[in-house]
Each structure stands twice: as structure tokens, then as C-alpha cells.
Design a protein around this ligand. Sequence first.
Ligand SMILES: Nc1ncnc2c1ncn2[C@@H]1O[C@H](COP(=O)(O)OP(=O)(O)O)[C@@H](O)[C@H]1O
Ligand SMILES: [Mg+2]
Length: 361
Amino acid sequence: MATIEKIHVLQFRNIENQYIKPNKDINLFVGDNAQGKTNLIEAIYFLGHNRSFKTKNLKDLIPFDKKSIKISAEVDGSRVVLERSKSNNNASVNKQKINNNSKLTHLLPTQIISPDRGFIVGGAPKLKRSYLDWGVFHMEPAILQTYKSFNRALKNINTLFSSGDSKQVDFWLFELATLSVEISSARTNYIERLCKKMERPFLLKTIKPFSPNKTLSFLFSSGWTKEISCLDQEAIYGFLKKNINSFAKVKHLNYGPHKATIDFFLDSQTEHHFSRGEQKSLSIMFWVAQVLILVEMGVIPVVLIDDVSSELDKQKIDLVLDCLLGLGVQVFLTDIGKRAPAVDKKKTNSYKINSGVIEVF
Ligand SMILES: Nc1ncnc2c1ncn2[C@@H]1O[C@H](COP(=O)(O)OP(=O)(O)O)[C@@H](O)[C@H]1O
Ligand SMILES: [Mg+2]
């Protein structure tokens, strides 16, 4: 169960020395444009990942007049401190230095939806994979090692292909075929679980106003050609060996789990024909479905919703918040509007953000 009991953003973008004692249920942050709402969401995300969802560049996160970022928090009674500068990367839990970010992820799993991150429906395959793998990781934490080994094998294969030295590639192709079956199998299991969740009446109710008479479906593509089963190691290895020359020609491996994606359909229409509203509301459904699955697995994430009213109308905000409240997850949401959502006031803390200064309101 992840609950942030206290959070102290000492230095992060335009937020300096701001301290909050959040509500265990809902925390609403309102403010005009460019005041620091997304920065705060990003800081909380950073606490759970030791990285940002917006940038790979640490420099972007360091306040203009400072040399480091620093955030600390109390999460379920544990004290987390993250401090990063050009030369330092200190992450600690209860004063013990941690070297592995998955420790943070287990302590503070987060589920985020933000226009700055993009939407999975109509979004880039990379985002779709990251959505999928987040669920997979929580379902099977040991899979992290498989992903790491897969990435290493892929890197070696691509290096050999790009240097024109494909003689030693066979070993790595075999390795990659084996690992790719593990990844595809975990992803397929997770998709099955997701399909079941999408049948929940709550989710159907959320989508109804957007596409009254259309049927939603989605299709997982494993990244291999349609002819091979993504669970058949031998067939994959055979395909890789047979096509070595064509991979050598393009100098990289252009098939495999790193090319997997999910395609969405409303009746026979593909996601690129959906309206922006349909893309957003379907993305939010998938996002909520993932929260439901995580909770079911005993992983209670902290939920981050950025720019809520630009993503959902009032009726849907209330539906989503009611559902999240029912699940007992802690929510941080930001909004440009001043109107508080129609949920129990006792369960909501409201704050105003102005030039990075956060005040109870
Ligand atoms: N590294 C940084 N140091 C100081 N200020 C920053 C930094 N990065 C972004 N900002 C400022 O943060 C503001 C944008 O904050 P943001 O959280 O995106 O706003 P919003 O409230 O619209 O979500 C801008 O004024 C920008 O100049
Ligand atoms: Mg913003």
C-alpha cells in the first residue's frame, strides 16, 4: 500500500523548499498555466522511479539557479531521499543507500496520466510498450532481469550487424529468441487480464458517452511477423537465422519484442481515425483498468493525474475519482480550473500553486 505521508520538494524545477502533508485520499492542486503543477507531478513520479517522464536530461530538472535536485518524502513510514547533481546520484531509503531503482518502484509504485507523457490510444508504440511492461513488471517482478538480458542481447546483435561482423551473432540470436518468448508470454498473460478488466461495467460506462454505438477492441502485435507464434522459440530462432542477411543489410534487428505494439479499434475504425476525445477517454479507461489490476495484485499505486479537466469532463472526472476512492488509492491531481471535484470534501486536500509556491486552499 503506497501512501505518501509527507513530501518535501527542496529543489526541483521551479519548486523550492515546499512541504506538504498530503491527504491519504485525494490531493488537488490548482493553478494557472506555468505555475508548477506538472513539475510537482513530475517530482512525485521522480520519487518512485529516480527518473522523469518528461526528460532524460538532469539539467532540465535542476532549478535554474542551483546545481542539484533534492526531494524527500515519507512513504508508508519509510523515509526516501533523492539527491541528484552532475556528479552525484544519491537515493536512500531509511538512510540506506539504494543502488537499484526497482526498490523505489516497489516502495512507491505510481500510475500516471499526463498530456506531457502522451496517451496510449493513438500514441507511439514505445508508450504502449511502457504501459504494458509496467503491468507486466508488477505481475512478475522477476521479469525485470529478462528485460535487462534481452536489451543486452539486442544491443550486442545490433553492434555486430552494424559493424558488419555477423559471424558471432548466432549465439546472441539464440539467446534473444529464448528471452523474447519469456517477454511475449508475460505480455500475453497481462493482456488477457486486461481484456477481462475492460469488461467491467464501470469502464464501459466511462466510454459510452464518447462512442455510443461502437465496440472497442484491441490487438496485441508481438513484434514478430504474423506467421510466427511469439511463444515458439524454435520458430523465432529459425526466422532470425533465415533472415540474417536482411538484418545485416539494414544493420539492426527490426523484429522482436522491442517492436511490439497494441492497436486499438472502434468497430472497424483504427485508432488514428478516433476523435481526440475518444483517444483520451479510451486511454483513461486502459489506465484505470491497469490501476484495478495492480490493486487486485496487492500493489496499491499512488495515482497521478495531470491537467485533469483538459482530459475529462466533469462527469467522467467524478466517475474516475469515485472509482479510485473506492479502491483506496492515494490520488494527486492537478487542474487549471478552480472547481473542486464532487467527492467527499473530508477526503480531499486542496492546494493552490503559484510560481512554485504551494499553499493549502
Ligand atoms: N529547471 C527549472 N528551473 C526553474 N524553473 C523551471 C525549470 N524547468 C521549468 N521551469 C519553470 O516551470 C514552469 C512550468 O511549470 P509546469 O509545472 O509545467 O506548469 P503548469 O502549472 O502549467 O503545469 C515554467 O515557468 C518554467 O519556466
Ligand atoms: Mg502542466
